[in-house]
Design a protein around this ligand. Sequence first.
Ligand SMILES: [Zn+2]
Length: 326
Amino acid sequence: MGLAFSDFEGQSVHIGRLQEEFGSRTFTHAYLFIGPAGTGKRSVARLCAQAALCRGEQKPCGVCGPCKRVLAETHPDFHIMTPADGKREISVGQMRELIHEAEVHSFEDGVKVFFIPEAEKMNTAAQNALLKTLEEPTSQTVFILCTVHASALLPTIVSRCRVIRFHPLTQEQTENRLRALGMEESQIAIRAQMAEGCVGQALALEKETISLRNTLAEQFFSVHTYSDMVSVVNTYKDDKENRQKILDLLEDIVREILCVQAGVRSAVVLPGEAERYAGTVPAQGGLALQEKIIEAKKMIKSNVSYQSALELILIKISEEYSRWPW
Ligand SMILES: [Zn+2]
């Protein structure tokens, strides 16, 4: 079964209104969806396009020809603009072609939908070209722009669009959503927590990343002595490829530890040893560790050896354990 507008009700207060406007073709000429990655902006943009082009009763029906063609990205009146192959930006040349497309008649029944999933990739010249079209809109054309960073857009673009904000969900809402999407029960709590309420990110997390997080939580937080430390350092010091990821995951684990220490959350998604740290060491120890991780991240950016960065973190963990014996 395909997605529906109702699946995104928690992400924005405007979901119902979008369905109404696109389904009845009373949309305004341009929308700008702003919000963190994984909060449903692009999925909702596609649903809007389906609703506008659908020939079913309840729009979008998801089963008529136009709905299916929008999903398959083969509908001639649904245009998606991304940077050309190998390019980082959307150029003014591409934008001029798109605008020309907007000026000619639609292929099917009158409505044309232009979708720019990463609007911040339009360079300034491309944005200026688009601006003219947004100033003189044609009634049967609608632009949907999505972005994480509205600051990368010209203020004049933003002011000509109806801005719709998308938000992360709560932990509980995210879990319910993942459950509804049929995710395996053992993956739900951990993914919801790691993605901080962004369902798309929770879905995109790789199983290897989750298992690496669990392994790190077990190994790093079982370090009490110098020899414990040496063995952990030796396990990770040569893993150049993952070093940023490892520090990011450690930071995420410590954030979770701080939540547990503050009594905000139960330790449900912390593997055993990290949970023990959260239970043994008071919040000041969690904060001190967080500082060390931030420091370690700065160290690897300034080319201090990765081994020293790991040692800094591990020494702090063993120090805190010895200060707060259990
Ligand atoms: Zn349909």
